[in-house]
Design a protein. Structure first.
Length: 202
């Protein structure tokens, strides 16, 4: 496992507001007011599966790319050509109030980028929504270990319990502080396609 990277966290001066000059107060304001957003942590090798999950978020739950979620593999709103992937991932996690949505799989735990993202998540103590999309027992064990005391959605529950979709939906809207979707509980071809691909994942 990679060593967890130490990240710089700004320390405020503690001076009364009237004593802080305009530039300093502006910088502090930027650090204190953060956009609530989902960060979809995944392996690029699982893109076909995760694409359908993101379609569920976008088309069924009405979330807006870039504004309400970041998905690095999404064409047009992910990491741009020539952009540093590490810098962009760090920026998204540091500059926003993120719900860290981890799509755990064998590919996930073999990915440097995923361990990098987990390191940021641990360092900033971000809220976690862990979803296991792989039936491998070692993946189940690793997922539970990296999640520590946070309850995650196991592979078995994901594919067998219909209420899991609602659980995911509720956690997403709770974090974004939005009213629940008017499509609450309706059939979703994207979520069903997501589950179909998860079941075929070997």
């Amino acid at each position: 496992m990679l060593n967890i990277i130490k990240f710089y966290i700004p320390v405020f001066s503690g001076k009364p507001f009237k004593d802080i000059d305009s530039n300093e107060s502006f910088e502090e304001s930027k650090n204190m007011i953060k956009t609530k957003k989902l960060f979809i942590s995944h392996s690029a090798k699982d893109k076909e599966i995760v694409d359908q999950f993101v379609n569920f978020l976008s088309y069924d739950l009405g979330l807006v790319a870039e504004k309400e979620y970041f998905y690095s593999s999404e064409e047009g709103s992910g990491v741009s050509l020539g952009e540093s992937i590490d810098d962009r991932l760090r920026s998204e996690l540091n500059d926003n109030d993120c719900l860290f949505v981890a799509m755990f799989s064998r590919n996930y735990f073999e990915s440097y980028a995923c361990w990098f993202e987990l390191g940021v998540r641990w360092g900033k103590d971000l809220k976690l929504l862990g979803i296991i999309i792989d039936p491998d027992e070692d993946v189940q064990r690793k997922s539970i270990n990296v999640s520590k005391d946070v309850r995650i959605i196991t592979y078995s529950n994901l594919i067998n319990k219909s209420k899991v979709r609602q659980e995911i939906q509720d956690k997403v809207f709770e974090h974004l502080e939005k009213q629940n979707s008017p499509k609450n509980g309706e059939y979703s071809k994207f979520y069903d396609e997501f589950l179909r691909l998860v079941r075929e994942h070997n």
